[in-house]
Design a protein around this ligand. Structure first.
Ligand SMILES: [Zn+2]
Length: 298
């Protein structure tokens, strides 16, 4: 991104710019050769911007996101739960993650290993990295953000626990982050919405409407931020799919969607998913989408 673009961004969307700086500073702190501009202190920031560091996270759940009242923090008072799909360590714990859990409509595996690019970059690594970036961006706008896991657990959590994390937090929005493992010829992103189910432990009837609103905002913002197109193979081909077979959605009692950011098996999508600059754009799309949804609800 050139200097001119940065200045324009700062003028047009000051809050987004603040969040973007947090991601960039996280990259830079990681010693990864970031091309970030000179960093500026975040107005009203109550903590160092290193909260999103891969491997350097303190692991605390929640965050005050509190402001000193001087910053522009439109998401103050909201709670967002981010669910990084899978876990890099799941592959070593087949017995545990294959254990069946009750998702209301059926019993399904506790969790799965997820997919990976041809070069071996795993979906679980991707989702953790993206979640940390999104968390930093949402906190910069004042939201309280929790994650269902930090990648330090030996495996899991199970899908029912992932759903429960959003319920327990009484989250205003939950986003489960994923990347797909579709046939290599296909590319693109899509959002998965909860189907209306009412069976056993599952009852999504009250949240299908708001989840659809959240999903639409997310798809629009993600598309705008990344330039990615909706996956033609999923759902309606317009970027949204509705499913009643996912425990993480069936068991939610709060607005929740899955975001499949691209197809890890497609070479062009894989090149994007493994690119930290692209991931910063993807994170910004998620932050913008969630922010639009939350501010319109108010
Ligand atoms: Zn996944």
């Amino acid at each position: 991104m050139g200097r001119r673009a940065l200045i324009a961004l700062a003028v047009l969307t000051p809050t987004a710019f603040a969040g973007w700086l947090v991601w960039q500073s996280a990259d830079q702190s990681a010693g990864a050769g970031s091309t970030a501009p000179t960093l500026m202190p975040l107005p009203g920031s109550s903590r160092p911007a290193s909260g999103g560091l891969p491997g350097g996270d303190s692991g605390g759940s929640g965050d005050s996101g509190s402001a000193d009242g001087t910053g522009d923090r439109p998401l103050r008072g909201t709670t967002v739960v981010l669910d990084p799909g899978h876990n890099p360590n799941n592959r070593y714990h087949a017995a545990e993650i294959n254990r069946a859990v009750d998702i209301g409509t059926a019993h399904k595996e506790c969790d799965t290993t997820g997919t990976a690019t041809a070069s071996g970059y795993s979906e679980a690594e991707f989702t953790l990295d993206l979640a940390r970036r999104v968390r930093a961006g949402l906190r910069a706008r004042g939201a309280t953000v929790e994650m269902t896991h930090q990648g330090r657990r030996p495996w899991g959590p199970c899908v029912d626990d992932r759903a429960e994390a959003g319920n327990r937090a009484d989250a205003d929005a939950v986003v489960s982050l994923h990347a797909d493992g579709a046939p290599a010829s296909a590319r693109g992103f899509h959002v998965i919405l909860p189907e209306s189910v009412n069976e056993g432990k599952a009852d999504t009837r009250a949240v299908t409407g708001p989840s659809r609103d959240l999903g639409r905002e997310l798809a629009d913002a993600f598309r705008e931020s990344t330039g990615s197109k909706p996956a033609p193979y999923a759902g309606d081909g317009e970027g949204t799919d509705t499913r009643g077979d996912l425990g993480g959605l069936n068991l939610t009692r709060v607005p929740k969607v899955f975001l499949e950011c691209g197809n890890m098996r497609n070479p062009r999508d894989a090149a994007q998913l493994t690119d930290r600059t692209w991931r910063a754009r993807a994170a910004r799309g998620v932050v913008d989408g969630v922010a639009h949804y939350l501010t319109q609800k108010r």
